[in-house]
Ligand binder design. Structure first.
Ligand code: ARG
Length: 417
């Protein structure tokens, strides 16, 4: 991996994004989290008492406390389980957690990120993973990743409205170029940008992803050859880097995570959205869809989704479609309710952009409890609403009683073993 010199020092935009819970709120979140951890892991009551005492003491002495590796892994999984926008939460327990809290230097973070990408890819059988770097402790902000995802395609603006590549990344591309990144001699719509990591002083560090480290899938249609003329492709693993993980009152601003793609994210949104690649008309022509037909956009969208799914399948790269994922999400809701929890969900994010009403999630009432642990982008948008929700466990008194009895039974079993 080639590293470029550090950029100029600038004000720290991370500080502006962080939530600022009061000491009281932080303590409430910490206590609720530690209790939940002990309850769900069925740990003995004595362990809970000791741990709560230590956490309360650390909070009043230092304003923060440190998670044990088990608490960290549990917290990350619960943050995913609580995140209302994600349709893919059925397998939240399978999230692999890498505890990278001791890695504090931008170069070493970059090395770990490459390692994350490699192991997430797993020869196309994509695994859901998170790498968790240092938390915010006191007044110190740790290093963080400025790129929204590990892999981003450059967006080149000519300043007169002309654009090449992904318009979502024009700003990042400009920054990278100012810092000395040189785009390929012949620019394309899919040039992989270097990664930008801010060190704890706020300085930018640029890292080029080495050739061969990013798996990409060429998008072709199994029966309409014309689509290949557009030379479309997309990367296999979306590693989200711009969300802050908050667990028990402690924030982890550098906690990149990945799952695998649902086809609509690429086909219906990244490639077709107006402010993104905006390919509707060119794709219509390439797919030989008649633009005079009032439903031509539906046809293009469907065929492009088909092409994305088939292309990933052809290369043996994990992907899912919106019908399967909607069914899984309904299963997730049932499982959560059976466990005595009310799952949070945000209808406008969960319902897929294709064939919406044919997906069961369309007909499912949803509510977001903004419960912690969770992931957020900024206090100004989603972060400020987060807090301990006591509604998520309020199913009915029989279920609550059942939970209580089960909890006691489990700790009794453990005390015997
Ligand atoms: N929607 C984002 C993208 O298209 C990726 C977000 C995470 N998606 C996922 N399937 N885990 O790149």
């Amino acid at each position: 991996m080639r590293a470029f010199g550090s950029g100029r020092l600038s004000s720290d935009p991370l500080r502006r994004r962080l939530r600022r819970p009061s000491p009281h709120q932080r303590r409430e979140e910490a206590v609720a989290f530690i209790k939940r951890f002990h309850e769900e892991m069925a740990l003995p009551d004595e362990a809970l008492v000791t741990r709560l005492r230590d956490v309360r003491r650390d909070l009043s002495r230092h304003g923060f406390y440190r998670h044990t590796p088990d608490e960290l892994a549990f917290g990350a999984r619960i943050a995913w389980r609580n995140h209302a926008n994600c349709i893919g939460r059925l397998h939240w327990k399978a999230l692999e957690v890498f505890d990278c809290r001791s890695i504090r230097n931008a170069d070493d973070i970059a090395v770990q990120l490459l390692q994350h990408l490699r192991s997430a890819d797993a020869n196309g059988r994509i695994r859901s993973q998170i790498s968790i770097f240092a938390p915010v402790e006191g007044d110190d902000t740790p290093p963080w990743i400025e790129s929204a995802q590990l892999v981003r395609y450059a967006g080149y603006s000519d300043g007169q409205g002309g654009l090449q590549g992904d318009p979502a990344n024009v700003e990042l591309t400009r920054t990278a170029m100012q810092m000395g990144w040189v785009p390929p001699v012949s620019r394309s719509d899919f040039d992989i940008l270097p990664l930008i990591i801010r060190d704890k002083e706020g300085r930018r560090n640029l890292y080029e992803l080495p050739d061969g480290s990013v798996r990409e899938v060429d998008i072709t249609h199994p029966s309409i050859a014309g689509l290949a003329d557009l030379k479309l492709k997309w990367y296999a693993v979306p590693v989200v880097c711009d969300m802050i993980l908050t667990i028990g009152g402690i924030d982890y601003p550098c906690a990149p995570f990945n799952g695998y793609y649902m086809g609509t994210e690429i086909a219906s949104r990244n490639l077709l959205d107006l402010p993104r690649y905006n390919l509707m008309d060119r794709a219509a022509d390439a797919l030989a869809v008649n633009r005079a037909d009032p439903l031509y956009k539906d046809r293009v969208s469907t065929e492009l989704n088909h092409a994305v799914l088939c292309s990933f399948a052809r290369d043996n790269v994990t992907i899912t479609d919106h019908h399967q994922e909607s069914d899984h999400f309904i299963q997730f809701i049932h499982r959560e309710k059976a466990a005595g929890r009310m799952p949070s969900a945000n209808w406008s994010w969960i319902v897929p952009p294709e064939a919406s009403a044919t997906c069961p999630v369309f007909h499912q009432p949803m509510q977001d409890y903004h419960d912690v642990p969770n992931f957020y982008r900024s206090s100004a948008s989603d972060g400020a609403m987060l807090g301990v929700s006591y509604a998520t466990e309020d199913l009915n008194r029989f279920q609550r009683r059942f939970q209580r009895v089960r909890r006691r039974f489990r700790s009794w079993v453990r005390s015997k073993s």
